[in-house]
Design a protein around this ligand. Structure first.
Ligand SMILES: Cc1ncc(COP(=O)(O)O)c(C=O)c1O
Length: 424
């Protein structure tokens, strides 16, 4: 049976008990109870897990990023750095907050290009929203040092990095604010949902009120802080609250995060080793400070990275039942900056990022997958690369064209084509 990387996975049964209790009481709103609502419990547990004083649960990571910028007092066209390789929701949240996204090039290892970052940081910006895309952490030592020197706050978009550490510190705690997603296809799947974490009492008070803690509902948060009274009635209420159903689903998975992170890393490294050993793939290595928690693998084809080669590789992998996404080549991909037509401003030279996105391949590796599924995916990817190599250069290819024909099921059709997939 072909591995199904986009199939949904059951939610732990613990969620059912919590939800049935809630359905019987009808208590779905986080502020009905004075204390210990599931949303409040999730905030407490998440803060404890991340080892930070404050956590605010919201309805999405996009909302968490939007609220971060608002809590920082930004919004009058202020310039905010954003990686050119991120999900469209990120520059959208910046625009939604009334700021101007300035896109920073991405390097071949899918991390922020530090030269372009330093150049643009010096051009007068008010914040950096840093997506650790697909869990690849940019050089946080260099970035936080440069931002501190300019007094520019870092908002970490850790949507793909729950469970990742940098020099032993949890990703999401290195900037002024960290933002997480519980949308499906994330390490914790609550359908939708997000979390904002910070150690700053003023920022969290502002964010809580603006998330929709009207009147004195902020008193129901497990956070005691004199800043709430200061901000009472002075801030807009944006209605971005999480509800108790979402929190119950997320709560049932939180304690499993370390296990999922270990499994994801082991799965990734197992497939990465097989791809690298074939000599036909370049898989970005982790930085020395980084311990990752991936649920996917990214790579480029070694010596075969023209657009045509990559597309042919995608086609051959699809025939073998493995869905490969090429960020820049699948139609309307939301991670390709040239599809962000809502950005009005001239962004300068982003050709380096475009070139990388036109070659970078992305394959989902669900953390619960076993060795047989990983072997099947790795085998199909190597065969697909061999197929491209032997078609381009029969001497270099490890497989002769004849053998290639025998490996491909001639009746099979690509299930995936080059359509963009709906994973965020
Ligand atoms: C890198 C990244 N940042 C932010 C988001 C926004 O997350 P959400 O869907 O929870 O708003 C996503 C969405 O998947 C994402 O991929």
């Amino acid at each position: 049976m072909k591995p199904k990387p986009y199939a949904a996975e059951p939610i732990p049964p613990d969620a059912e008990t919590r939800i049935v209790t809630m359905l019987r009481s009808g208590d779905l709103f986080r502020y009905t109870a004075n204390a210990d609502a599931p949303v409040t419990c999730l905030e407490k547990e998440f803060a404890a897990f991340m080892e930070v004083p404050f956590a605010l649960a919201v309805n999405s990571c996009s909302s968490a990023i939007f609220l971060s910028l608002k809590a920082l007092g930004l919004g009058s066209g202020e310039r905010v750095l954003v990686p050119a390789f991120t999900f469209a929701a990120v520059p959208s949240a910046v625009v939604h907050a009334g700021c101007q996204p300035i896109l920073v090039n991405t390097g071949p290892d899918l991390r922020l290009d530090l030269d372009d970052f330093r150049r643009k940081l010096a051009s007068g910006v008010r914040a950096l929203v840093l997506s650790h895309m697909r869990g690849h952490t940019s050089d946080m030592d260099a970035i936080t040092e440069a931002c501190e020197a300019q007094d520019v706050p870092v908002v970490e978009d850790a949507a793909h990095s729950l469970g990742t550490t940098w020099s032993g510190r949890k990703i999401g705690t290195l900037g002024r604010i960290g933002c997480f997603s519980f949308q499906s296809y994330k390490l914790v799947n609550a359908g939708e949902g997000g979390m904002l974490i910070t150690a700053d009492p003023d920022l969290v008070a502002r964010a809580i009120i603006m998330s929709g803690a009207y009147e004195h509902n902020w008193k129901k948060h497990a956070i005691v802080n004199s800043r709430f009274m200061h901000w009472q009635n002075r801030l807009p209420l944006y209605g971005l609250r999480m509800n108790n159903l979402t929190a119950s689903v997320a709560l049932s998975q939180l304690s499993d995060v370390p296990h999922r992170a270990r499994r994801g890393r082991a799965n990734h490294d197992y497939v990465a080793a097989k791809l690298t050993a074939s000599g036909m793939f370049r898989v970005p290595a982790p930085l020395p400070q980084e311990v990752r928690a991936p649920d996917s693998i990214q790579f480029m084809l070694e010596g075969l990275d023209s657009g045509d080669d990559t597309t042919e590789f995608q086609r051959l992998a699809g025939k073998r039942g493995v869905q490969v996404e090429i960020f820049g080549l699948s139609r309307d991909n939301a991670r390709a900056f040239w599809n962000w037509g809502f950005l009005q401003d001239e962004q300068g030279d982003l050709a380096p990022t475009r070139s990388i996105l036109n070659r970078a391949c992305d394959v989902r590796l669900p953390v619960h997958w076993e060795k047989a599924q990983l072997d099947s995916v790795a085998g199909a990817l190597v065969e697909a690369a061999q197929g491209v190599a032997s078609a381009r250069n029969p001497v270099r290819g490890c497989t002769s064209p004849k053998r290639e024909t025998s490996l491909v099921d001639s009746q099979a059709t690509s299930a995936f084509g080059t359509e963009s997939v709906n994973r965020q």
